[in-house]
Design a binder for this molecule. Structure first.
Ligand code: CU
Length: 155
């Protein structure tokens, strides 16, 4: 816990500095979601986060207009059974590094979607960082990861 706190404090200080230099430090690419029925109670979002700054950034949560809440989860196989674990402490994107949220690994879980998510639709998702910044990305609903397209979104 102490280590997490320390890293959080570090990224706060360093992210302020990189912001002062006026350079966007985080990009999100290929955000997508699987079709889901609202009555099932959950939906999933995958994306790739790239930290182009010099400081680690920690994703601590998110929100979206299409669901009640957003949780960071990780799927792990234990005794041949895949289970999802909430990552309440968030996920650190290292400087000059990439973190992939993808099937069978890290994912963003939408809790209690308000309506069915249908292929071809899109919605927005906002990620929150421990330095108080936020990044809003468009999410496309589809049955598989979209092919690499435009250069992603900056904040
Ligand atoms: Cu999950």
């Amino acid at each position: 816990m102490r280590r997490h706190f320390f890293l959080g404090a570090m990224s706060l200080i360093l992210a302020r500095r990189s912001k002062a230099q006026g350079r966007p430090s985080l990009a999100a690419e290929r955000a997508w979601s699987r079709p889901a029925l609202a009555r099932i109670g959950t939906a999933v979002v995958y994306l790739t986060l790239r930290n182009e700054g010099a400081a680690p950034l920690r994703v601590v949560g998110g929100s979206t207009p299409v669901a009640e809440s957003v949780e960071i989860h990780e799927s792990l196989v234990e005794n041949n059974v895949a289970r999802m674990h909430p990552r309440a402490e968030g996920i650190v994107v290292p400087p000059d590094g990439t973190v992939r949220f993808e099937p069978n690994g890290l994912h963003l879980m939408l809790m209690k979607p308000y309506a069915d998510l249908k292929a071809g639709e899109s919605f927005s998702l906002t990620l929150r960082f421990d330095n108080g910044e936020a990044l809003t990305v468009p999410v496309t609903v589809g049955v598989r990861e979209p092919k690499a397209e435009h250069g992603g979104m900056h904040h």
